[in-house]
Design a protein around this ligand. Structure first.
Ligand code: MN
Length: 160
């Protein structure tokens, strides 16, 4: 009989499902690398600091084009994409990522200030895998990040 632990270890006290991913990150790879594409300095600094405190590695791009370039050169595990961006907006940048053989598998979460359903549809049409609205509620956003990372890692290495 499977006697599932309810937590990974005393130190992290994560749920079993999260623990499997946690352990696999720790042994098989570095902590998840998040590419944050955001032009607003205040939003960018605050969100990157909060994510780093949770243990994520955070890369920063300040416009859509550099976001696409960094996704290609750094292969992040996931992209958080502001939609309203200079040079290339978030929708165009996401279309570029989803058109690239190297980058199309990277999950993209769209971030917008407007809780409008038309924005949500527009983001999903552009190829975004998820959508969240500002102001960011960290627990909710991390839930979406972990769901996408979990789906990605079980797709890559299926154990038991
Ligand atoms: Mn913006």
């Amino acid at each position: 009989p499977e006697d599932h632990e309810t937590s990974c270890c005393i130190a992290c006290a994560r749920s079993w499902t999260t623990a499997r991913r946690h352990v696999s990150y720790r042994f098989n790879r570095a902590m998840p690398k998040i590419l944050l594409v955001e032009d607003n300095e205040m939003n960018r600094d605050m969100l990157s600091r909060r994510l780093q405190r949770r243990g994520y590695e955070v890369l920063i791009a300040v416009d859509g084009q550099s976001g696409v370039d960094m996704a290609q050169s750094e292969s992040p595990d996931i992209v958080l994409m502001d939609m309203s961006l200079p040079v290339l907006d978030g929708w165009e940048a996401t279309r570029c990522l989803k058109a690239g053989a190297e980058t199309r598998k990277i999950p993209v979460i769209a971030l917008t200030a407007h809780a409008m359903s038309s924005d949500r549809e527009k983001a999903l049409e552009a190829g975004c895998d998820e959508y969240d609205t500002k102001p960011i509620e960290l627990t909710r956003l991390i839930g979406k990040i972990e769901t996408l990372l979990g789906a990605k890692s079980t797709g890559e290495s299926k154990t038991s």
